[in-house]
Design a protein around this ligand. Structure first.
Ligand code: F6R
Ligand code: MG
Ligand code: MG
Length: 374
């Protein structure tokens, strides 16, 4: 047992009620039961179960470190049980993210998405966990850049003496399986050159440059690559630490004041406006979206999520706030603009990023009809 605290968020799509839009209550109940048992047995110290659209999210706080086989096995077995229930209920796409049948010690690369962060607790440690549905891990590139590198977003980069040393970003090339660390502000242009292509270059970690304190971690697996073919965009999760020499909570949230565009939405094949929502609106409806993001705020305290007098974890459902109504309205308006374009780019993604395509079949069918142009 480490003196350090680990926040793990592990998620999977195990089937939805009526299409791909929401995790129904019986699956959430199974997850709560399994994690309660693990808490009673002392494997984890705290948990919170929620959904981001059709993804079941297990938030766990423990002292076992990142990539711990026992924690990952707990998540895997919980997902197996939820998938079993999903199949029994004949939910739609039951067991979608359970791609392999045998557990091998770590859920990374098996279908479920995972973001984890181990750290020495500060005297007070505010955390935000973000979870998105109907998009992909690179969807966090834009807000992470704004939060940790953009002085027009984060005042502290300019006026807090403890932040002026900047932040380091780890960027994964998910196609060639390489990674690079870039320091801002010095390497800001190189960083933007890469992460402006979120389908390929994905921010996986952010550290404070002056002391290497970990500040953000995202999930970076791509289901398409795991399965060897496109089987679904990997709806991402992200953990961010805030305050006291890091971006304030309000600076962490400021990028979400406006909607922005992400890859995913219907059939994982369209650009869509991201919509920040409270947990009650965490279900993807129109054109299977628009893509949504929820944000949960909490404190870690002595290896646990700080809890109330009844022992319940205290969680703030941040995007429920009225301040995000403008972004929600923008998202609906942008959604309408894009949908007016139907299957014409840029509403539809380029052929290399589409999760569904008929193009090879269309070309095959028409191959004899095509005539050479002189
Ligand atoms: C996107 C997503 C949905 C489905 C769509 C078609 O990530 O999950 O948009 O792609 O509902 O689903 P099927 O092919 O299962 O009917
Ligand atoms: Mg689904
Ligand atoms: Mg999903």
């Amino acid at each position: 047992m480490s003196s350090k605290t680990t926040v793990s968020i592990i998620k999977a799509d195990l089937g939805s009620l009526a299409g791909h839009h929401v995790v129904p209550e019986p699956l959430l109940a199974i997850a709560r039961k399994e994690l309660k048992k693990a808490q009673e047995e002392g494997l984890i110290n705290s948990y919170y179960v929620f959904n981001a659209g059709d993804d079941l999210q297990l938030l766990m706080v423990h002292q076992k470190g990142e990539g711990n086989p026992e924690i990952h096995k707990l998540a895997w077995e919980t997902f197996q049980k939820a998938a079993e229930k999903s199949r029994a209920l004949k939910l739609y796409a039951a067991g979608q993210d359970i791609l392999k049948t045998a557990f091998s010690g770590n859920v990374r690369g098996m279908g479920p998405g995972v973001a984890e962060m181990e750290f020495e607790e500060r005297p007070s440690d505010p955390i935000v966990v973000f979870a998105m549905d109907k998009t992909e891990p690179g969807a966090f590139n834009y807000p992470l850049f704004r939060i940790f590198a953009d002085p027009f977003n984060t005042a502290g980069l300019v006026i807090d003496p403890s932040m002026i040393g900047g932040f380091k970003f780890e960027v994964l090339d998910v196609i060639e399986h390489k990674k690079v660390v870039l320091k801002c502000p010095e390497e800001m242009y190189e960083l933007v050159a890469l992460i402006g292509s979120p389908g390929r270059y994905v921010v996986s970690h952010v550290w404070k440059a002056s002391d290497d304190m970990v500040c953000a971690a995202t999930s970076t697996t791509r289901l398409s690559l795991i399965a060897g073919k496109y089987v679904g965009k990997d709806d991402p999760v992200c953990i961010v630490r805030a305050q006291h020499g890091l971006p304030a909570l309000g600076e962490v949230l400021a990028p979400f004041m406006h909607s922005y565009f992400v890859e995913g939405w219907m059939r994982g094949s369209h650009w869509g406006p991201l919509m920040p929502v409270g947990l009650k609106d965490s279900r993807c409806t129109v054109f299977d979206g628009p893509p949504r993001v929820v944000a949960l705020g909490f404190q870690v305290s002595d290896g646990k999520i700080a809890q109330d007098d009844d022992g319940n974890p205290m969680i703030s459902d941040i995007f429920e706030d009225v301040a995000f109504e403008m972004a929600r309205k923008e998202a609906v308006e942008y959604a309408a603009v894009l949908r007016r374009m139907g299957e014409f780019e840029p509403a539809r993604l380029g052929p290399e990023s589409m999760e569904y395509t008929t193009l090879p079949k269309v070309l095959e069918k028409l191959k004899d009809k095509f005539k050479k142009v002189d």
